[in-house]
Design a protein around this ligand. Structure first.
Ligand SMILES: [Zn+2]
Ligand SMILES: [Zn+2]
Length: 146
């Protein structure tokens, strides 16, 4: 595990009283390897099987639930009928936005927040302090528009 630093993960796991086990590391490595793919449980399972042939689907489920619980992994609902997962980025002050192509189903990300003005208005008008948000945009991607 290179890019995602090992000590951060160790700390997260240990803070929650968990050990870094083979399956946990394998699942995290897959999520790290495909950062833009927003993999479903089945896709993670297929990828993990290559390095862990004995790992069952139930273990993948349990591992993802645990990692989500302790905040290393985020579960995404991109309205395609699958639960998808991505690594939580500790350097992100807000959740990035997702762009979902209704033609090919591809998912891309917007890193800029762009919502400061909206959040300020909400605070003023609704007296509600926004701490985070999950934004999904639906439309047609560049490839499909060509
Ligand atoms: Zn598309
Ligand atoms: Zn994402």
């Amino acid at each position: 595990m290179d890019k995602l630093n090992d000590s951060y993960l160790k700390e997260c796991l240990q803070n929650s009283g968990c050990k870094i086990t083979g399956p946990r590391k394998a699942v995290l490595q897959i999520l790290e390897k495909y950062p833009d793919n927003h993999l479903s449980i089945d896709e993670i399972y297929e990828a993990v099987k290559k390095s862990y042939p004995k790992m069952g689907l139930a273990t993948v489920y349990r591992t993802l639930a645990l990692l989500e619980n302790i905040g290393i992994v985020c579960k995404l609902d991109l309205d395609d009928g699958f639960s998808r997962y991505e690594l939580y980025n500790p350097n992100e002050t807000h959740r990035h936005h997702h762009l979902i192509c209704s033609s090919c189903g591809s998912v891309s990300e917007v890193e800029e927040d762009l919502l400061d003005t909206l959040e300020k208005q909400i605070l003023q008008k609704n007296k509600f302090l926004v701490k985070d948000h999950r934004v999904k945009f639906y439309g047609i991607c560049e490839k499909c528009r060509a």
